[in-house]
Design a protein around this ligand. Structure first.
Ligand SMILES: [Zn+2]
Length: 185
């Protein structure tokens, strides 16, 4: 019990309680990239991207989708590459990184890029041209593909570092408990 008029040092310090965040910056922005990927309509590959400045402020966010303003149901969303490009999603889909870059309001020089999948060479060209500083990725499942190998070459030539990030299931479980608590009326 705190006496109202007791202004002793120990009494005044009552609100100085130990605090900490459940998430570090890497986890915080990767979770945002994961959430962005969840919005993608692509039935096979969903990719999210968040671009962040040196002050840990988000500059932009994107996911893979098709051209703004067109009827997305008219796009061939399948991933069969045996038909002409005209009938493949690859002719129409804009990657998450490209969407994040094109929607960015500010300068991307020196920015960190959080992506759920290692960027392809086309996105690597774009990101390097905008002089981003670092790529943080969740999955590198196409590491052996030409696109990923070229992307890594582009990043190395541009002095852009890249590193994987691992999110623990325990932290996702803890987030899930928290989110469920938030929606309780
Ligand atoms: Zn790409």
């Amino acid at each position: 019990m705190i006496e109202k008029n007791d202004h002793s040092e120990s009494n005044l310090r009552v609100n100085y309680v130990p605090v900490n965040s459940k998430l570090n910056w890497d986890e915080y922005f990767m979770l945002q990239a994961m959430l962005a990927s969840y919005k993608s309509k692509d039935p096979n590959t969903k990719v999210g991207c968040v671009i962040v400045d040196e002050h840990h402020h988000q500059i932009s966010m994107g996911y893979n989708g098709t051209i703004a303003g067109i009827d997305e149901t008219l796009i061939p969303w399948g991933n069969n590459r045996e038909v002409p490009l005209e009938h493949q999603k690859y002719g129409y889909v804009i990657h998450g990184e490209a969407n994040a870059v094109s929607h960015a309001k500010g300068n991307l020089a020196g920015a960190r890029v959080y992506v759920t999948l290692f960027p392809c060479n086309e996105c690597a060209k774009l990101l390097a041209s905008h002089r981003v500083k670092e790529i943080i990725y969740l999955s590198d499942k196409y590491a052996e593909s030409q696109e990923t190998r070229i992307a890594k070459k582009i990043f190395q030539m541009s002095n852009i570092s890249y590193r994987p990030l691992t999110l623990s299931e325990a932290s996702l479980d803890s987030l899930s408990v928290y989110l469920k608590m938030l929606i309780k009326k």
